[in-house]
Write a protein that binds this ligand. Structure first.
Ligand code: SF4
Ligand code: SF4
Length: 92
């Protein structure tokens, strides 16, 4: 049977935040890749040995905070989008 990969980003409804709610401090990042590995939405990649967050992350981030949790170097600052913005829970 042919496999149909799940298009995860199409499963998420997000009201895009007008402000950033995740930041990475390039000075603190040691390039361990934990954030790249853990993000279920594939929003992180490495660039020159440092973590880089996708420029359009606000459209797809599920606010799980996993990237923040697994960064042992306090390089990731995580808050939440302002009230009324961010991920929409449609199926309870
Ligand atoms: S988890 Fe933290 S230290 Fe590791 S690559 Fe990501 S931002 Fe850098
Ligand atoms: S909060 Fe979750 S979905 Fe958003 S960038 Fe971090 S790991 Fe990825």
């Amino acid at each position: 049977m042919e496999k149909h990969p799940i298009q995860k980003r199409e499963l998420v409804t997000v009201i895009e935040s007008p402000v950033d709610f995740i930041r990475v401090d390039q000075e603190k990042c040691v390039g361990c890749k934990n954030c790249v590995i853990i993000c279920g939405m594939d929003l992180w990649r490495m660039s020159n040995g440092k973590a880089l967050l996708a420029s359009d992350y606000k459209r797809f981030c599920t606010e799980c905070a996993s990237c923040y949790t697994v960064c042992d170097y306090n390089a990731i600052e995580f808050t939440f989008p302002p009230p009324g913005y961010g991920i929409v829970y449609e199926k309870g």
